[in-house]
Ligand binder design. Structure first.
Ligand SMILES: Cc1ncc(COP(=O)(O)O)c(C=O)c1O
Ligand SMILES: NCC(=O)CCC(=O)O
Length: 418
């Protein structure tokens, strides 16, 4: 079967043909991938793409790196689910807490969605308050409390506040614009807020950076109103640097949610934070969390092996250089009005607008032009996210030859588009 034939069957089997909506944004139909290696993915038809989606973030080393693969295969020989603890969870937790300053204790779950869901419940249980404050265009996964003015595919498909989320729940979620400290102050003053949750660097409305004093301001305000601060570092954890955005900005939350990279490309999530807070999870405390697959050995070993590579620093050097070079080239080549937001190995380009500092700005960008840009790049064999409200990622496999090849294709595409 080729991709088109698979798509015809998939539409019969799955809502909208897919199991996660952003995948259907690749038009006229998604290509079906058979394998990935390094910076490349290969479709069932044998077409090769340079991959800047990287599984939507986890693959900071690129596809199927040998060192990670070897350890996964070794673990497969031993078994993959025991319903008991294994030493691997201790090893991964120690690695995480040695790098992420605020991670004294950890609960492993299976996705970023589960992590933020559990973290929010933890904060409510700890503070004995009900309300939370989030930021418009931040995406914290696909559960009820997160699907209020959410970014990512929820914005792409015009369901930023999803059908099916009870009005009673929506009423417990206050929302501010990112970078609007006055709003945070007002909400914390007027409402009994259990926790403020945010992506310290937005990666789900394109990339949007915190302005000077925003994160420190939120940190101070949450302290003075006795609210907890959750940094959702599902994307930024182990990507911005080995200590996450909190180390990069030196602003430390009470709770950190992690996912993506810490599982090396296998399903994972984690709630990390001060011992006094995390100890409220069952069985130590009264905030319930459980999971058949929590801390499953394959995700644990893939995460350990990935972090071992990251500890050598070279992955950040390569991935960050790739992103920097591409951003510089884009700035040189693009003659139409645009802005590029960039940090480390994450960036996104917005057309038709010269500043994007929050979700409203991101929504004003020329999304149609971005889609054309994505489609033309795809024709040339370069895969960037099919949605304006996602992030372009680079990896340790995006070495100079890959980047130079990409630049040649960018020259062609931008020349033809303008
Ligand atoms: C910041 C952030 N939080 C949470 C999630 C949800 O993670 P998952 O897709 O693993 O459920 C995502 C997914 O991209 C994310 O970017
Ligand atoms: N930025 C959102 C994600 O990366 C989640 C992946 C997906 O929705 O399939």
């Amino acid at each position: 079967m080729n991709s088109e034939e698979m798509w015809a069957q998939a539409k019969q089997l799955f809502a909208g043909g897919v199991n996660s909506p952003v995948r259907a944004a690749v038009k006229p139909f998604p290509f079906y991938v058979e394998r990935g290696k390094g910076a490349y993915i290969y479709t069932v038809e044998g077409k090769k793409f340079i991959d800047y989606v990287l599984g939507y973030g986890p693959l900071i080393l690129g596809h199927s790196p040998e060192s990670v693969k070897r350890k996964i295969v070794e673990q497969l020989e031993k078994g993959w689910l025991f319903g008991t603890p294994s030493e691997l969870e201790i090893k991964l937790a120690k690695k995480i807490s040695s790098h992420i300053p605020s991670a004294q204790k950890i609960r492993f779950v299976n996705s970023g969605t589960e992590a933020t869901m559990a973290a929010i419940r933890l904060a409510r249980g700890y503070t004995k308050r009900s309300k939370i404050l989030k930021f418009s265009g931040n995406y914290h996964g696909a559960h009820d409390y997160a699907l209020v003015e959410a970014g990512s595919a929820a914005t792409e498909y015009n369901v930023a506040t999803s059908d099916g989320v009870p009005i009673e729940i929506i009423k417990t979620v206050e929302v501010c614009e990112f970078n609007d400290l006055d709003c945070v102050d007002k909400k914390l003053r007027n409402e009994d807020i259990a926790t403020v949750i945010l992506e310290p660097i937005m990666g789900n409305a394109g990339v949007i950076l915190p302005e000077k004093d925003f994160l420190s301001g939120v940190r101070e305000l949450t302290k003075s109103y006795n609210s907890l601060l959750i940094f959702d570092e599902v994307i930024t954890g182990f990507r911005i640097n080995i200590g996450g955005a909190q180390s990069y900005y030196q602003i430390y939350p009470d709770i950190t949610t992690l996912g993506k990279i810490i599982g090396g490309g296998f399903p994972i999530g984690a709630v990390a934070g001060k011992a006094e807070i995390v100890d409220n999870f069952t069985p130590a405390g009264k905030v319930f969390n459980a999971g058949t697959f929590n801390a499953n050995p394959i995700s644990m070993i893939a995460g350990i092996a990935t972090i071992e590579e990251l500890e050598k620093e070279y992955p950040y050097d390569i991935a960050n250089k790739a992103a920097k070079t591409l951003v510089e080239e884009l700035e040189r080549l693009l003659k139409i009005k645009h802005t590029i937001n960039h940090v480390g190995s994450m960036f996104q380009v917005f057309f038709g607008i010269d500043k994007v500092r929050n979700y409203s700005d991101a929504k004003r960008a020329d999304k149609e032009y971005y889609i054309k840009f994505h489609e033309r790049l795809l024709k040339e064999g370069v895969f960037i996210p099919p949605s304006q409200y996602e992030t372009i990622f680079t990896s340790a496999s995006h070495k100079d030859d890959v980047v130079n090849d990409t630049i040649d294709k960018l020259v062609k595409v931008i020349g033809e588009l303008s």
